[in-house]
Design a protein around this ligand. Structure first.
Ligand code: FAD
Ligand code: NAG
Ligand code: NAG
Ligand code: NAG
Ligand code: NAG
Length: 384
């Protein structure tokens, strides 16, 4: 059993941010990561054409801005380079191939007992940690919807986290299920590279441009009321995109920023998909009722043949699977019980970073709060 002061689980942007904040405060920590690289979500589970959806000033990790030369909307590879520089700058040494399998609170020693396993050689390591920081992310596994017949679909089925680029889909009919940013970007990628792309849009959504979201976030930062900012965004995007309801795209009754704050659902930032939907290049379908062989049947009675299905149906947290005794902080779905801004602290030295549904900006705030709280707790414990 290895004794550590702080154990951080996960070496994505959240884990690395809290590591950097702790080292600024001279608090020792160990950081464990299940995969064999840092920022594995960005490196291995995102499509190639991904760019940060928000301007770089809203995507910085604590204590290190993006280089001056970085573009406003940072592409995936450049973001990864920034993360690699961050790790070097703060001298963060994650223990890779270390997947946390179980974790519980030992009242006798007042420590979190954590077991990690290296899947490659089946090696188990045990830690006793005074403080535990859950930084495994809101996106640690793909969410696979239950659709009757999906299991027997003879074509290719993947989750968006396994989609890199269009390479093998040219000439094929591909159905993208889900119309968040990933679904729209992937449908665009497919369609503009020779695939016959269709997309399932089940519920109302906001489509905006990245410039509009930038304006909205600026106005919100200047403390304009969100209701007012949302009104501006809706009017301007109506002027920009027109009425898209005949293409199956209907706006929610709540504005984009308030919707994000209330439900965590982001507006879709158009990167070209809308124009292809208007041209009929990307076909829009409503909810799926079932799948029979290669034929997908929809609730409105339509049916169509597809060669492949890409599930852009979002992600789930998996912290609920291994975290025991954390019930005061997290529910069984591995998401915080308390609402923002009180979501990041549990009892007995338990914390989480990166679960506020506020992207990288939220991560930076969480990391600073958690690091300061741990530092204060340690100062209280220290002998006078
Ligand atoms: C396609 C896509 C685009 C996005 N674009 C943006 C954007 O433009 N701007 C923005 O602010 N946000 C964006 N996000 C949100 C994004 O999730 C965050 O920016 C960020 O990656 C979250 O960091 P994280 O460290 O909390 O989680 P992750 O990046 O998921 O990192 C968690 C780490 O924990 C590890 N882990 C999980 N379980 C275990 C375990 N049991 N034991 C050990 N390690 C474990 C994982 O392997 C992973 O490396 C995007 C997300 C996706 C999926
Ligand atoms: C993730 O990608 C990196 C770099 O491309 C590679 O070295 C690593 O093996 C990959 N890991 C997994 C689990 O695919
Ligand atoms: C992690 O495991 C892979 C095999 O799955 C191995 O190739 C790699 O060297 C390991 N890395 C570390 C740092 O242990
Ligand atoms: C958009 O068009 C639909 C019908 O095509 C109509 O019902 C709806 O009111 C219009 N929305 C706006 C905001 O004009
Ligand atoms: C493209 O896909 C749509 C929806 O499945 C289908 O109706 C259409 O026939 C396909 N077109 C071609 C050229 O395959």
């Amino acid at each position: 059993m290895e004794s550590v002061v702080v154990l951080i689980v996960g070496a994505g942007p959240s884990g690395l941010s809290i590591a950097a904040c702790l080292s600024q405060l001279s608090v020792p920590y160990v950081i464990v990561e299940r995969e064999d690289c840092i920022a594995s979500l960005w490196r291995n589970h995102t499509y190639d054409r991904l760019k940060l959806h928000l301007a770089k000033e809203f995507c910085e990790m604590p204590h290190m801005p993006f280089p001056e030369s970085a573009p406003t909307y940072v592409p995936k590879l450049q973001f990864l380079r920034y993360v690699d520089d961050y790790v070097e700058h703060f001298n963060i040494c994650p223990r890779l191939n270390s997947s946390v399998e179980s974790c519980w609170y030992d009242e006798v020693s007042s420590c979190w007992v954590v077991t990690t396993r290296d899947q490659a050689n089946d090696m188990v390591t045990n830690y006793a940690a005074r403080f535990l920081v859950v930084a495994t992310g809101e996106n640690s596994a793909g969410n696979i919807p239950r659709i009757p017949g999906l299991g027997d679909f003879p074509g290719h089925v993947i989750h968006s986290s396994n989609y890199r680029s269009e390479s093998s889909y040219a000439g094929k009919s591909v159905l993208v299920v889900g119309c968040g940013n990933s679904g729209m970007d992937i449908a665009y990628d497919l369609s503009s590279n020779g695939a016959n792309a269709s997309i399932v849009i089940r519920s109302p959504l906001h489509i905006v441009t990245k410039e509009l979201i930038y304006l909205g976030m600026k106005l919100a930062n200047w403390r304009f009321p969100l209701k007012f900012v949302d009104f501006i965004l809706v009017v301007l995007s109506y002027i920009w995109f027109g009425n898209l309801s005949k293409y199956g795209i209907v706006r929610p009754s709540i504005g984009p920023l308030i919707l994000k704050e209330k439900t965590g659902r982001s507006a879709v930032i158009d990167d070209g998909a809308t124009a292809l939907i208007r041209r009929g290049d990307i076909k829009v379908f409503g909810p799926i009722s079932s799948i029979k062989g290669n034929v997908v049947e929809f609730d409105d009675g339509k049916e169509s043949y597809f060669d492949a299905i890409i599930l852009a149906t979002g992600y789930v947290s998996t912290a609920g699977k291994w975290l025991k005794n954390g019930e005061d902080m997290m529910n069984k779905d591995g998401m915080p019980k308390k609402d923002f801004p009180n979501h990041w602290k549990g009892f007995k030295g338990l914390y989480c970073v990166g679960f506020a549904r506020r992207g990288l900006a939220g991560i930076a705030v969480d990391a600073k709060n958690v690091a300061n709280d741990i530092k204060a707790a340690l100062d209280m414990m220290a002998p006078m």
